[in-house]
Design a protein around this ligand. Sequence first.
Ligand SMILES: Cc1cc2nc3c(=O)[nH]c(=O)nc-3n(C[C@H](O)[C@H](O)[C@H](O)COP(=O)(O)OP(=O)(O)OC[C@H]3O[C@@H](n4cnc5c(N)ncnc54)[C@H](O)[C@@H]3O)c2cc1C
Length: 490
Amino acid sequence: MGRIALALRTGLELLETLRGDGREVWIDGERVADVTADPRFAGAARTLAELYDMPEEDGDLSYTSPTKGDSARLCWMEPQSPADLTAKRGMFKRWADHTGGMFVRSPDFLAVMASSFASAENVLGKDFGGNARTCYEAAREADLAMSHTLITPQVDRSKSVDAQDHDIAARIVRETDDGMVLSGARMLATLSPFCDELLVMPAPSYPLPDTDKGRAYAYAAYVPVGTPGLKLICRPSLAPQGAGSPMDWPLAARFDEMDAMVVFDEVLVPWERVFIFRDIDVCNAVYRESFAATQMAHQYVTKDLAKAEFMLGVALSVARAAKADEFLHVQNMLAELINMAETVRACLVASEANAGTTPFGTALPDRWPLEAMRFNFPTMFRRACDIVQNIGAGGLMMVPSAAELSGKLSDDVARYAQAANASATERVNLFRLAVDASTSGFAGRQQLYERYFAGDPVRAAAILFKSYDTDTYRKRIDDFLAVSEEATSP
Ligand SMILES: Cc1cc2nc3c(=O)[nH]c(=O)nc-3n(C[C@H](O)[C@H](O)[C@H](O)COP(=O)(O)OP(=O)(O)OC[C@H]3O[C@@H](n4cnc5c(N)ncnc54)[C@H](O)[C@@H]3O)c2cc1C
């Protein structure tokens, strides 16, 4: 890994971009003037800036840019060896640990996706594939924050997107000399109010038919969030807006990364930003043949590890506060969380230990341990929330707001909110965190995110079943039965 020749993009530089590009972000019926200052967004904007400002420890967050020779953030690297994968994991983990794995869509996720498409430029078609590389390189050099938007709005899931009665999904409405024009909507893009650009992609679990209408949805492009005609309509904020302290909802106050519907109103996307254009075959194969899903799983399973460790820490601390950790069944639940974290770690390390190589020469983590986590982590996380609820019990609900610690009744609170192993201040702060990690609206969104962010698990599991080498295991049974038959025949 090279020494840094030039500093990486700073948090302040990122925030200045968000203030100055004319982005159209809407929430609660009004347009947001400045996402870095609006209280519904400012906590997450600050967190994003903190990630960009994180100091390097012996060059562990950067590498030498192959085009410019100065430093680029490690998440953008096209890995050439298992050691590169391990180095990337180190960077993912430092970012994820900063937020307890709760700022789930940190920009390293999209950096990995973009770098996977660049590496696979040759499978993206000769006319447009090269743009996946040039856009990626520009994004890498500028160290952009990006999100993706893949899924069409939920209108009628019994029909494919081209056969909908209500024709509202974003599609190519025409072409000009300058580029393609998109109109319609995509269901959502997490983090988008804080992003420089969006990767607008086809959805992996919705194959498109090779028809004129189908081809209108067969595109992929890098689209700056500030592009005229692009509007983000946000869900209500989870960040606390009341009179209390941010310590009352310590995760929501800092990590509500936001989800927004993306509306394209005659958005012109210049040709040089388009990397799939009306190409059904490429669209339907892009995730499989670029191996993007596996590379991205390497990033998000690292986030899973940070989250599993964080939930373990919360549960251990809650159990210690009032000595619930002296009970056998509580120790059992804590052991379950320890096993959870170690299982995630084992899958991650195994994916690097058994890494292979893509047809285009980049190092590829082993898919299967990462798939195992993709499918198991949502249940694990829900169970972790359940365990924190079990151990914290009524104490999770009856924990006063942080403001009471210095309010008129602070003497009462200091006396009655303490626990055997925690002062009132320690207990209030810890239990407010435990509520936000396991029980609040923020925790509910985390659960939904883990369940769905990587696509519909039902269809994804069927795809996994069809792509696994099942013959080996069936043959093993055939062989076993043949031997038993021989052994038991008279
Ligand atoms: C917090 C959060 C953040 C997200 N962030 C992003 C993002 O940044 N970018 C992005 O593009 N997407 C994002 N998503 C969307 C995510 O990709 C989708 O939720 C996921 O792909 C499932 O699609 P859906 O929500 O439309 O569910 P649907 O596809 O509508 O499914 C609803 C139910 O119907 C079933 N179903 C639907 N169709 C079929 C079918 N054909 N066969 C069998 N069963 C079917 C499903 O199994 C499910 O039970 C996010 C989702 C969440 C919850």
